[in-house]
Design a protein. Sequence first.
Length: 151
Amino acid sequence: MSINSATEILLIEDREEDVELTLRALKKHNLANSVKVVNDGEKALEFIFATGDYADREMNNLPKLILLDLKLPKVDGLEVLKQIRSDEITKLTPIVALTSSAEERDVIESYKLGINSYIVKPMNFESFINAVSEVGLYWLLLNQAPGIKSV
C-alpha cells in the first residue's frame, strides 16, 4: 500500500505476535484491507501528523480508527494519545486502547486523555480474535464519528 492510500485502521503495536493476531482477526471479517502498522510511538506520531518518514502522506487522510498499545518503545501510548487529542485536526479520530495493561492508573489516565475505549488484550487466542473482530466491526461499520473526513 502506498503512503497516500486510504488507511482505515492504524495499528500501533510493538509485539509482532499481537500484530499478526490482530490482522488475522480483522481479516476474518474483511476489515484488514487498509491497515497500516507502526511498531513504536515515534513512528505513530510521524504517520498521524505526516512528518518524518511519512512527510509525503496527506495529513487530511486520517485513519477511521486507531488501535493503540500503551506500552510502546520510544514514545509511550499515553503520550501518543495526548498528542493526538491536543491537535485540532486529529482530536476526533476514534482511538481504542488495545493493550496488555490492566493497571487502573493506565485506564484512568487513558480516559482523562480522551480514549474512546479501553480493552485489555485477552490472553486466550480465540477471545483475542473475537475482541479485535468486534472492535473493528463496531468502530468501522456501526459507529458514526462526528467531523471525521472520510478516507
